[in-house]
Design a binder for this molecule. Structure first.
Ligand code: ADP
Length: 172
């Protein structure tokens, strides 16, 4: 089977992303998880840390590598000679945006096809944005991300502790 690229922001990697990677590993020879460097959206974790967290999460799969890239996904795929992109689908709500991205990528690089993989039911509502919101408000994310990612979220300097959350509540 050919090789594929799984592009995204992965800020941070979640069990939903890993679900998609595991399915992709069963289909493709080599899977490159590619973290998009988006200078206008700095995100919670710096790119190098996101790459490191993904590497740790995928270390059991020798056919998976992790890189970061700048610019258009279509150009990045061309430079690597890869003809398949992987994207994950959660609810129907993902479909509209994903279809637009896939068609634009194909226009920019006609050799490129996007393969959509469905997540499992337990990851249907899991997104990095939700994980970040819960974690920064002091919530427990250990069921949503790999343990080393949950640990990094617990230690994040932007995380509110129980005391800071209570201190900002209005007095009775
Ligand atoms: P997000 O911030 O929405 O998690 P990413 O850019 O990191 O977005 O996502 C990269 C790809 O992974 C996208 O195709 C996205 O739809 C997919 N994805 C993210 N979370 C899940 C999940 N829980 N199940 C399936 N696919 C997912």
């Amino acid at each position: 089977m050919p090789n594929a690229i799984y592009p995204g922001s992965f800020d941070p990697i979640t069990n939903g992303h890993l679900d998609i990677i595991e399915r992709a590993v069963a289909i493709f020879d080599q899977v490159t998880v590619a973290v998009l460097i988006n200078t206008s959206k700095p995100g919670l974790f710096p790119i190098d840390e996101r790459v490191e967290l993904i590497r740790e999460a995928v270390k059991a799969w020798p056919s998976v590598s992790v890189e970061s890239f700048r610019g258009l996904t279509a150009d990045y795929a061309r430079s690597k000679g890869v003809k398949f992109l992987i994207r994950g689908l959660r609810a129907v709500s993902d479909f509209d945006a994903e279809l637009r991205i896939a068609l634009m990528n194909r226009k920019l690089n006609p050799a490129l096809d996007t393969v959509f993989l469905m997540t499992s039911a337990q990851n249907l509502f899991l997104a990095s944005s939700t994980v970040k919101e819960v974690a920064l408000l002091g919530g427990d994310c250990s069921a949503l991300v790999p343990e080393h990612v949950a640990e990094r979220l617990r230690k994040h300097p932007k995380r509110r502790t129980a005391e800071t959350t209570q201190a900002t509540l209005p007095e009775d």
